[in-house]
Design a protein around this ligand. Structure first.
Ligand SMILES: *Cc1c(COP(=O)(O)O)cnc(C)c1O
Length: 505
């Protein structure tokens, strides 16, 4: 075993703790606070509470000191892979570096301490920022109007398809279907189905692209919308996008653009100019706001003017003329699909995205896209001899490999992903897109230097070599982690959500 521990990538693996549960740190009578003596008459709270609201037994709560709590959670926090620790090459997710400037601006007291229910007059700076962000996103995408409300790409899709449905219904048309290419992200069919549409999958061609003929064959007046991701989840630019949009429009349908891969297009081309009618932006992908634990997401939606009457309310309106100056939240939109988020959406994320866009400017955004595409093609060039490349052509911001070259070794994509952890890397997206068997989908983003890309490529190349020389080593990875190979589904099938003292006793 010890020789297996010699190869390490970009994280240290010494000094690692086995961390007990917080309950197991508990010592009877220990606590983490001290309160001053009461200077008012004491009241027994149990007499004020309704029957049944008073807990008889507090035994199972952990009794710990402040330092126990801080150390416990600080240690746990070091168990996470994070974009601040190293490359996080999760295809389709655009795990780019989140500049600290974004956090600095979001923590300015005027933003961080603003009350979400403050009246518009007291929120002018924030509303101006939101209005500016809407305009920036419209400019980048070629859309006419933007809503900042949705909390994630998936909710943006839901909002977009709701607006499409409202549009058709207002015209007195009952359409029943949404077309989705077979390379699409699972949220696309889900958003269509949540709106009551049946989903028709359209096959992509041998080159991985969506072809006009396939859309033409499926397109009828029953179809409300085609949802398309460009670049697709295969990392390929949908070359026939303009023609495809024409085909959908000719039959009265609208085109939904899944903007998760917008990072590849910034400043180079605009979905709105290609024929897209409505699209979402993932601020936590393209615009460098944190994913998951670092903060909530944000999935603004841009629309062409034909869908503007259906935008969620409130919309931010810039006053003019007799109205005076400033910004207001406008609730008067009779055909609106309604509210999608409390208050102003995930406000802190909007400030971060705005900061990112303003700090880069148009030239900087374009350079992001160029560097993201260059990095993906560089990795592909380094890996092409070692891994099977299902669609070997110029890619956009991500590349898709597969485990096909390794079939005779018995090593699969899952094993490669697990072995990468031993090298100190968060694995890429695996087994997606579904159209590639054993897919390994790598998106390096523009954040990585050539040295970082080389180290990552060398780890993957070393694993391909190990797969031939010592397949068992790869198939039983990871070896350097606190736990080795876990049952991938057990935690989901048999969740243990409550601490049970007898289990640890
Ligand atoms: C990430 C992603 C989504 C969903 O976005 P969330 O912000 O995670 O809800 C949709 N489509 C594609 C292609 C994606 O990569």
């Amino acid at each position: 075993m010890s020789d297996r521990r010699t190869k390490v990538g970009n994280t240290a693996n010494g000094f690692s703790y086995e961390e007990p549960l917080i309950f197991e740190h508990s010592t009877d009578g220990r606590d983490g606070f001290s309160l001053p003596e009461l200077d008012v008459p004491p009241v027994d709270p149990t007499e004020l509470l309704p029957e049944g609201a008073v807990r008889e037994d507090l035994r199972d709560l952990p009794e710990v000191s402040e330092v126990d709590v801080v150390r416990h959670f600080t240690r746990l926090s070091t168990w996470n892979a994070a974009v601040d620790l190293g490359i996080y090459p999760l295809g389709s997710c655009t795990m780019k570096y989140n500049p600290k400037l974004n956090d600095k601006v979001a923590s300015l007291p005027g933003f961080a301490a603003a009350h979400p229910l403050a009246p518009d007059e007291l929120m002018q700076g924030f509303l101006q920022l939101c209005h500016g962000l809407e305009q920036q996103l419209a400019e980048v995408s070629g859309m006419d109007r933007v809503t900042l409300q949705p909390a994630a790409g998936a909710q943006g899709e839901l909002a977009g398809i709701m607006m499409i449905r409202a549009y058709h219904e207002h015209r007195g048309e009952k359409r029943s279907q949404v077309l989705v290419p077979d390379s699409a992200h699972g949220t696309n069919p889900a958003s269509a189905a949540l709106n009551g549409y049946s989903v028709t999958s359209i096959p992509t061609g041998e080159d991985g692209l969506l072809h006009p003929e396939a859309v033409e064959a499926a397109m009828t007046e029953e179809v409300a919308s085609l949802m398309i991701t460009n670049p697709s989840t295969l990392g390929l630019f949908e070359e026939h996008i303009a023609r495809i949009c024409e085909i959908v429009h000719a039959k009265g349908g609208l085109v939904y653009g899944d903007g998760a891969n917008l990072n590849a297009l910034l400043g180079i081309t605009r979905p709105g100019d290609l024929g897209i009618d409505v699209m979402h932006f993932n601020l936590h992908k393209t615009f460098s706001t944190p994913h998951g634990g670092g903060g909530p997401g944000a999935g603004p939606v841009g629309v062409k003017n034909i869908l503007a009457p259906y935008l969620p309310t409130p919309v931010i309106r810039k006053l003019g003329g007799d109205e005076g100056e400033g910004y207001v939240l406008d609730y008067e939109l009779p055909r609106s699909i309604g509210r999608l988020h409390g208050n102003n959406g995930n406000a802190g994320m909007l400030v971060r995205a705005y900061t990112y866009i303003r700090s880069l400017g148009p030239e900087g955004l374009k350079r992001c896209a160029e560097m993201a595409v260059l990095n993906a093609n560089y990795l592909l060039a380094r890996l092409r001899e070692h891994y099977h490349v299902p669609f070997d052509r110029l890619v956009m911001h991500e590349c898709v490999l597969s485990d096909k070259f390794l079939h005779e070794t018995g090593v699969t994509t899952l094993d490669i992903a697990k072995r990468l952890i031993d090298y100190g890397y968060h694995p890429p997206t695996v087994y997606f897109p579904l159209v590639v068997a054993g897919a390994i989908m790598i998106e390096p983003t523009e954040s990585e230097s050539v040295e970082s890309l080389d180290r990552f490529a060398e780890a993957l190349i070393a694993i391909a070599e190990e797969a031939h020389e010592d397949p068992e080593l790869v198939r039983t990875a990871p070896h350097h982690t606190r736990r080795t190979r876990l049952d991938e589904t057990r935690a989901a099938r048999h969740p243990v959500l409550r601490w049970q003292p007898e289990r640890s006793a």
